[in-house]
Design a binder for this molecule. Structure first.
Ligand SMILES: *[C@@H]1O[C@H](CO)[C@@H](O)[C@H](O)[C@H]1NC(C)=O
Ligand SMILES: *[C@@H]1O[C@H](CO)[C@@H](O)[C@H](O)[C@H]1NC(C)=O
Ligand SMILES: *[C@@H]1O[C@H](CO)[C@@H](O)[C@H](O)[C@H]1NC(C)=O
Ligand SMILES: *[C@@H]1O[C@H](CO)[C@@H](O)[C@H](O)[C@H]1NC(C)=O
Ligand SMILES: *[C@@H]1O[C@H](CO)[C@@H](O)[C@H](O)[C@H]1NC(C)=O
Ligand SMILES: *[C@@H]1O[C@H](CO)[C@@H](O)[C@H](O)[C@H]1NC(C)=O
Ligand SMILES: *[C@@H]1O[C@H](CO)[C@@H](O)[C@H](O)[C@H]1NC(C)=O
Ligand SMILES: *[C@@H]1O[C@H](CO)[C@@H](O)[C@H](O)[C@H]1NC(C)=O
Ligand SMILES: *[C@@H]1O[C@H](CO)[C@@H](O)[C@H](O)[C@H]1NC(C)=O
Ligand SMILES: *[C@@H]1O[C@H](CO)[C@@H](O)[C@H](O)[C@H]1NC(C)=O
Ligand SMILES: *[C@@H]1O[C@H](CO)[C@@H](O)[C@H](O)[C@H]1NC(C)=O
Length: 406
């Protein structure tokens, strides 16, 4: 037993009465055990962070009166907690952070609608978070990495700055209602059977998608930056409403089952266009509206036909190399060298057995090809159309240099 002399009057009072070990205005509110959680749940609002101790658990319930945490809800390096829940919490102002919480198997937040951001990583036992309907409708950024999650329903956000979904080895279904994403979507190394659906996505700044089995963006109109697809397993890629890639690159590299790329309304690419090592792709016939490319073009593969019927202005160089016979396409493409393709056709080559070896991208292909266009400079090919050749080349070279140092 503690002697009274060792305790401050306030603490003594709180011990005796059994209340107020946790204060609503504590900064942060620290939860060491279930009893602390019960006390915190009696606050309607907690303005600061709520931090769970590494030994809090196995069950922490923040349900009761608590509707809002103004700061972050943080659980880090806790191997004990199995269940974290709150039936009343509606808002987390800052970060909902779960990092290295390896026994957490049950996460139940049926009232949660708004979070500043989600930052979840190393949740090796969590199969599925439980949200309500409509679930989380507001968040600025979402990172879900290295979890046991099989699907991410209940994330019904319309606008995001960033989303990063990686190394969730069991994730097989990812469908989200996002309409706009203002910085970057990054998806990599999830379940090998991942179906991704973004039915409402209208514009996105950048996306990098890898190891995905099916991908759908029927409403996508604009990519502001770059769009890259590496090592995916889909057989076809279609973006029927995509009309422009404003500043960056379009790139398909090492998608071994890809048979068809169809972006029928795409008119302009601000940066470079790379199609490389997609060994099943026989024809490039899905870019029928493509007029301008602000960077370079690199197409290397096993195709026997390349159709770019509307191509009107390419600032950089262009290179077409195939393991197959593309001589007919080359007849047409070589005619564009130095005119439509300002940086010249540096190669148009059939029957090259090593065609699929080089997967470097057009954007950073060097030699004055301009390209990757990460927002640097103005890659508007059309506006450069009337400038003298030497100016164009030096501007393009500068673009390439800037890109190389980014
Ligand atoms: C993860 O949490 C455990 C405790 O559960 C701890 O021992 C370990 O060091 C943490 N790992 C990292 C990388 O912080
Ligand atoms: C992306 O482009 C769309 C359509 O032009 C525009 O409405 C949006 O503001 C742009 N977003 C960014 C982040 O530039
Ligand atoms: C992938 O999904 C398909 C159809 O949903 C299924 O038939 C197949 O077994 C799955 N493969 C793996 C490795 O899970
Ligand atoms: C996943 O994609 C990356 C490229 O981003 C690639 O290096 C890796 O080999 C792929 N993994 C599998 C299993 O396909
Ligand atoms: C594609 O764009 C057209 C014209 O803007 C629009 O009417 C249509 O609904 C869009 N399709 C999808 C699937 O969003
Ligand atoms: C996303 O694209 C914009 C241009 O729209 C660019 O400025 C920005 O650096 C890109 N961000 C990333 C992470 O690539
Ligand atoms: C690719 O898909 C489009 C749209 O479905 C279709 O019109 C086109 O013929 C296909 N091309 C190949 C080579 O299969
Ligand atoms: C390039 O491809 C050829 C023919 O497929 C192969 O023999 C060679 O080993 C490859 N070279 C490299 C560096 O991968
Ligand atoms: C074949 O293509 C490779 C790269 O794709 C290139 O390095 C090589 O020079 C080409 N071979 C010939 C004979 O031109
Ligand atoms: C080409 O793609 C195949 C299959 O995805 C992959 O195994 C290989 O490493 C890729 N080649 C290069 C040079 O990246
Ligand atoms: C750039 O192109 C010139 C002329 O086409 C060529 O002589 C030179 O080797 C190239 N440089 C590089 C780094 O590819």
């Amino acid at each position: 037993m503690y002697s009274k002399e060792l305790l401050s009057a306030v603490a003594a009072l709180s011990l005796v009465s059994g209340v107020a070990a946790v204060g609503c205005k504590d900064d942060p509110v620290t939860i060491n055990n279930a009893a602390d959680a019960t006390q915190a749940s009696n606050c309607e609002t907690i303005p600061n962070d709520v931090v769970l101790d590494v030994n809090a658990g196995p069950m922490i319930d923040l349900g009761g009166k608590l509707t809002e945490i103004g700061g972050s809800l943080i659980v880090k390096n806790n191997g004990l907690i199995q269940t974290l829940q709150s039936s009343s919490l509606q808002t987390i102002g800052n970060v909902f952070q779960l990092n290295n919480v390896t026994s957490l198997a049950s996460l139940i937040f049926p009232a949660l609608g708004e979070v500043g951001s989600i930052d979840w990583s190393t949740l090796s036992k969590l199969p599925e978070p439980t949200f309500g309907n409509p679930g989380i409708t507001k968040a600025k950024s979402v990172t879900i990495s290295d979890t046991f999650i099989t699907n991410i329903d209940g994330l019904n956000v319309q606008s995001l700055t960033d989303m990063n979904i990686n190394n969730n080895r069991r994730l097989s279904q990812f469908s989200t209602s996002i309409k706009t994403l203002s910085n970057a979507l990054y998806v990599q190394a999830n379940g090998l059977n991942l179906t991704m659906e973004l039915p409402n996505l209208e514009w996105i700044a950048n996306m990098t998608i890898a190891n995905v089995t099916s991908f759908s963006v029927p409403s996508l109109k604009t990519v502001n930056g770059s769009m890259r697809f590496d090592s995916n397993y889909f057989t076809s890629f279609m973006a029927i409403n995509l009309t422009e890639i404003q500043d960056g690159d379009l790139s398909f590299v090492s998608n071994p089952q890809l048979l068809n790329v169809s972006v029928p309304q795409l008119k302009s690419i601000g940066g470079g266009l790379t199609i490389a090592n997609n060994t099943a792709l026989q024809k490039i016939d899905g870019l029928d509206s493509l007029e301008t490319v602000g960077g370079a073009i690199k197409m290397r593969g096993s195709f026997d036909e390349i159709d770019l019927p509307k191509l009107g202005n390419v600032i950089g160089t262009a290179e077409f190399v195939s393991t197959g016979d593309i001589s007919q396409s080359c007849d047409a493409l070589n005619k564009l060298s130095g005119s439509v393709i300002q940086g010249k056709v540096t190669a148009c080559q059939s029957n090259n057995a090593s065609a699929n070896n080089d997967t470097s991208s057009a954007g950073n292909g060097g030699n004055g090809t301009g390209g990757s266009g990460s927002g640097s400079g103005n890659h508007n090919a059309a506006s450069l159309g009337s400038v003298s050749m030497s100016t164009v080349v030096s501007l393009a070279a500068l673009g390439g240099l800037v890109a190389a140092f980014l």
